[in-house]
Design a protein around this ligand. Structure first.
Ligand SMILES: [Zn+2]
Ligand SMILES: [Zn+2]
Length: 569
């Protein structure tokens, strides 16, 4: 199918060569949306099933919505791959339509199996159903459906926290778990009712009471542990929870400070949540017992509220946050709240100041040892836990970056950060005080479990399970080992493709940034000289990444190949 493409020879557009060669492989990039922040209300993680089947069946509708751009059948330029594979795409669609009819009408298990495995077969180069062009067209339609699904969810009042082809995390905006569950059911029913999403199934995986989300590999949260919804005990008992800390960036902190980091971040999640829980309980009991006195104290409460607002402005810490929450609950009239607010507002600042002091003391004591060991240190391979800069500074940067995710208290956190940085004698806006994610990232898209068909994008550098050499399906009930050889092969293909792209890259003019069109010209028309579009150091750092993955996972062939590429330069 690829051989039948006609390249227009007269035009040389930017990256033309690179584009034509990238056709040889089906490496597609799955979209991934991340909205970092602190979500203090119930969030739910939804797993998406059957996106590919739905996309295939609804492709003509998408085509209509888009005005025929996706599957343009009458494109006469011959350059459009969608038009060249349109007949095959139609046949595939008919097959799936018939399978759906069979599976629904007569419960045919073979038809069902075809539907279950469709996307894996289309993705896998070893499969007979695999065709790069069809895969790309289907992927394009999937992207459109996915975007429409997200906008539908937003229209229904959900806030997207994170979304990719395999899962969506949404903020329900509810404080109460049962309300969130009801909202979630309602939301899913509404989505299912839309004809465009007829075959998509959204399965609620888990509920979070509170979630601090940086990205897919850096988050912490209070996870609801109740497996089944117990209707009777739900209101009386305290909800069963787990505090989850999944911070990949913490791996890059010095060992001694990692526990402090996890503790502070967990408390940052837990204390406000606990407070909220207590206040909710207080409010409900208050309504039962002392409902008559409440009306009297309203005026007094308003007075007190303004006083406290003034007072809290002078405080450093997260007082502001509690103020907004207390307003929400309307419970400023009890002195207990006031005391608690005052205690907590200073809590994190004091705690962090103490920890940073401890770290400074600790490392000052060990400095002499470190200097003695420095000669051995330099010869060690660079792993996650090898730190080069000041441990106290690293700790401050990491903790503040995470705490500042909460928009409500960002100002307080930044002020606290300034004070903490004073301790290590670093200026607030100095380049070394800026936080960068220390971990490089490489994503292998569409890794599909051959047993349970769970599909995911694997980040080979940041996925904690992979780093522990467990190349297994992450679905708790499955755990099927991934085919290592296939994955190594996939990585090898990517390495070779990148190398090829590097060698075939365009030359750009230094002066006017135009692409070199002639073969033999030494200079651009404007008089500027040419340089490579992709810098060699950039390419090399990419290859180093693959070398690290290969060494970590003991992929011998990949290791040889990449080290050979690096040697040549
Ligand atoms: Zn599996
Ligand atoms: Zn030029």
């Amino acid at each position: 199918m690829i051989a039948s493409f006609q390249y227009p020879k007269s035009t040389v557009s930017e990256g033309f060569l690179a584009y034509s060669f990238s056709w040889e492989f089906t490496q597609v990039d799955n979209p991934s949306l991340t909205y970092p922040g602190a979500y203090r209300r119930v969030t739910v993680e939804l797993k998406i099933h059957h996106l590919a089947v739905n996309a295939l069946l609804k492709s003509s509708q998408i085509d209509e919505i888009e005005g025929g751009i996706t599957l343009d059948h009458d494109n006469d330029s011959g350059f459009d791959e969608a038009s060249s594979c349109a007949p095959a795409f139609r046949v595939l669609k008919q097959l799936i339509q018939r399978c759906i009819a069979d599976a629904v009408a007569s419960g045919n298990i073979f038809a069902d199996a075809v539907l279950q495995h469709l996307y894996r077969w289309i993705c896998s180069p070893a499969s007979k159903l695999h065709d790069p062009a069809i895969h790309r067209v289907l992927h394009k339609v999937m992207k459109k459906i996915f975007a429409l699904l997200l906008s539908e969810l937003r229209k229904l009042g959900a806030t997207i926290v994170f979304a990719n082809f395999f899962k969506i995390i949404i903020d329900t905006g509810k404080l109460d778990l049962s309300a969130a569950r009801a909202y979630c059911d309602c939301l899913l029913k509404a989505v299912q009712a839309r004809d465009l999403f007829e075959w998509i199934e959204l399965e609620p995986l888990q509920f979070w009471h509170s979630l601090l989300f940086m990205d897919q590999y850096n988050y912490g949260g209070i996870l609801d542990k109740a497996e089944v919804q117990s209707s009777s005990d739900d209101t009386i008992n305290e909800p069963q929870v787990d505090i989850i800390s999944s911070w990949n960036i913490a791996e890059y902190l010095p060992k001694e400070t990692q526990d402090h980091f996890i503790l502070v971040v967990s408390e940052f999640l837990y204390i406000p949540w606990k407070y909220l829980l207590e206040q909710t309980a207080l409010r409900t009991t208050g309504r039962d017992g002392t409902s008559c006195t409440q009306s009297i104290t309203v005026a007094a409460a308003e007075n007190l509220e303004s006083c406290i607002t003034e007072y809290l402005k002078d405080q450093v810490g997260i007082g502001h946050y509690f103020k907004s929450y207390s307003n929400l609950l309307g419970c400023f009239h009890c002195s207990n709240c006031f005391l608690l607010l005052w205690q907590i507002s200073k809590y994190f600042t004091e705690k962090l100041l103490r920890i940073v002091n401890d770290i400074l003391q600790h490392f000052k004591r060990n400095r002499t040892d470190t200097i003695n060991a420095a000669t051995n240190e330099s010869s060690r391979p660079s792993g996650p836990n090898v730190h080069t800069s000041d441990p106290a500074l690293e700790f401050i940067k990491h903790v503040c970056a995470v705490l500042a995710l909460d928009q409500d208290v960002q100002h307080d956190i930044l002020r606290m950060r300034k004070n903490l940085l004073k301790l290590v004698r670093v200026k607030e806006f100095a380049p070394e005080a800026q936080f960068h994610d220390p971990c490089p990232s490489f994503t292998l898209p569409n890794v599909i479990c051959s047993y349970c068909n769970d599909c995911r994008d694997l980040d080979l550098c940041r996925d904690s399970a992979l780093l522990e050499h467990e190349w297994r399906c992450a679905v708790p009930q499955c755990g099927q080992p991934y085919p290592r050889e296939q994955m190594e092969n996939g990585l090898l293909q990517i390495v070779r493709q990148r190398e090829k792209l590097y060698h075939l890259q365009d030359l750009v003019c230094v002066r006017c940034r135009g692409i070199k069109a002639d073969h033999l010209a030494e200079q651009c028309g404007c008089g500027g000289s040419f340089r490579c579009k992709e810098d060699s150091s950039e390419f090399q750092s990419r290859m180093q990444l693959f070398l690290k993955v290969a060494a970590g996972q003991k992929f011998q062939f990949l290791h040889d190949c990449v080290s050979w590429i690096l040697e040549v330069r």
